[in-house]
Design a protein. Structure first.
Length: 73
């Protein structure tokens, strides 16, 4: 959302689950825009620790990047 609370339009989302010990297990998540500023995707990784990387861009310019360690059970 922007400062006024409105959804941001025209964004592209790139999401990946990165395995911290074995890059061969990395999983890109195909994202689909459901509405301005809203995305969904499906991935079936193995349980364990992963780095969740989310990037938002517009016209090829990265506007946001987040990397968080998560645990899937």
């Amino acid at each position: 959302q922007d400062r006024g609370g409105q959804p941001l339009a025209g964004l592209e989302a790139t999401v990946s689950l990165i395995h911290p010990n074995d890059r061969r297990l990395d999983r890109p998540v195909t994202m689909q825009a459901n509405a301005p500023g809203r995305f969904s995707g499906v991935v079936m990784p193995s349980p364990g620790q992963w780095d969740l990387v989310i990037e938002l861009s517009r016209d090829g310019e990265r506007l946001f990047r987040s990397k968080e360690r998560i645990i899937l059970r």
